[in-house]
Design a protein around this ligand. Structure first.
Ligand code: URA
Length: 430
């Protein structure tokens, strides 16, 4: 078997066998297949797709490319959650401490930013000292001791995904059902949880642009979850506009902190309550979704969820004191409306590109993130605006990036005379 034949087969729209997929993963991990050969195969998969059988085999090969964790000695229910990526998506930072505040064990391995979407690990690393690369023993110890741990991909868990994920990010191969399904599910299988809630984002700021594609992705992931013994629920969320107000790593940590202290944007709240209620149901605490939402609101009000977040940061060596004065970018510039009316569009993709241009994400694999830069949205879809109102603020540390970011933010907004129709944030639950 050799990689050239495998690339050619996928290039020519043929189905890859389990042996060929296993060969690709093991030889890429060992370094015998180069990045440019892997890039060619990933691009062929992106263009020609994979059927369920191939996607399942790719997922399992990636999941078993390193260690797999067994967490069954901690509890019979271990929860994990993952998002297929979005702009301003700080849901994990808010939701997981909420879940842990109910005594439900949370074991989560998150990703870094991908394309225009942010990643939880980059957000957490904006907190000085926070360690995302705990050893697997420490990861388990933290779940046992405080009921939650949030780490990045270690070299040991699903290393194939770590390599392919970083590669996809730099060759424009992010929006692909088999690549996303295998990336997410391989991590989840390796990390050892047995109940999983997936936030499958859909819209201009997501990898899945249509509800149909989001449903297909959800079904593939649920089927793979079932096969691996993971009870999986997918919640399809609307990503036409960014989630919440802040986009950018430290800015999103700041918004998450406020949310945990009771000041939560309505769209964020809807998603957090929906996912949280499903998790409480999966954990076997209560099947009454409305009651579960009330219980979540109670744990936000009584401070339990906030205290759990602080405990998590402390336990993973983050500087808790810093959370009282999160660093800001050097320049904060308002972007003003030049038209009156209602915000009809707030294109998440364009806002994501603006944030990327400011340094909130990576263009090249080795790029360093600028944690404090980003965008704060003052007006969102359905808000009324008058000429001269501030639509958003651009936070930047580099003079040369500002003009382009302002232009992009302006381009992201569509202002109409009439109030636009309302849409829902939760599109489907699978
Ligand atoms: N999140 C992941 O972990 N992988 C993807 O491919 C997309 C979102």
């Amino acid at each position: 078997m050799n990689i050239l034949d495998i690339i050619a087969k996928k290039r020519d729209k043929k189905e890859l066998s389990k042996e060929e997929i296993d060969y690709f993963i093991s030889k890429y991990i060992s370094g015998e297949i180069t990045d440019y050969q892997a890039a060619a195969l990933v691009m062929a998969i992106y263009i020609n797709g994979m059927n369920y059988e191939e996607t399942k085999n790719l997922t399992l090969a990636m999941a078993h490319s390193g260690k797999t964790l067994d967490l069954s000695d901690i509890s019979k229910t271990i929860i994990d959650k993952h998002s297929s990526g979005g702009v301003g998506d700080k849901v994990t930072l808010i939701l997981m401490p909420i879940v842990a505040s109910f005594g439900i064990p949370v074991a989560k391995m998150s990703g870094r930013g991908l394309g225009i979407t942010g990643g939880t690990i980059d957000k957490l690393e904006s907190i000085p000292g926070y360690k995302t690369d705990l050893s697997l023993d420490e990861f388990k110890k933290n779940i046992k001791e405080i009921g939650i741990s949030l780490i990045g991909q270690t070299e040991n868990l699903a290393p194939a995904d770590k390599k392919i994920y970083a590669l996809r990010d730099t060759i424009s191969c992010t929006e692909s059902i088999p690549l996303i399904a295998s990336s997410i599910m391989s991590k989840k299988i390796a990390a050892g949880a047995n109940k999983l809630v997936l936030e499958v984002t859909c819209g201009s700021g997501a990898f899945m642009k249509t509800k149909e594609d989001a449903e297909t992705l959800s079904k593939v992931m649920s089927k793979i979850g079932e096969l691996a013994g993971i009870e999986t629920v997918c919640v399809i969320t609307n990503m036409e506009q960014p989630i919440g107000k802040n986009i950018g790593n430290a800015l999103e940590v700041e918004e998450a902190l406020k949310a945990l202290q009771g000041e939560m944007e309505e769209d964020v709240k809807e998603i957090v309550l929906c996912l949280g209620a499903q998790i409480i149901k999966l954990a076997g605490i209560s099947t009454d979704i409305e009651k579960n939402k009330e219980m979540i609101l109670e744990n936000l009000k009584n401070g339990k969820a906030y205290r759990k977040f602080i405990e998590l940061i402390e336990k993973q060596h983050g500087n808790v004191e810093y959370l009282n004065h999160i660093e800001k970018a050097k320049q904060i510039i308002p972007v003003k409306a030049d038209k009156s009316g209602y915000v009809e569009k707030l294109r998440a993709e364009t806002i994501g590109r603006a944030a990327l241009g400011l340094g909130a994400g990576r263009v090249k694999k080795e790029d360093k993130i600028d944690y404090t830069c980003g965008i704060v949205l003052e007006k969102k879809i359905w808000d009324k605006v008058s000429v001269g109102d501030t639509l958003a603020y651009v936070h930047s540390n580099k003079e040369e990036n500002i003009e382009e970011a302002i232009e992009k933010v302006k381009e992201a907004y569509g202002i109409a005379e009439k109030e636009p129709e309302r849409y829902v944030d939760i599109l489907n639950i699978i």
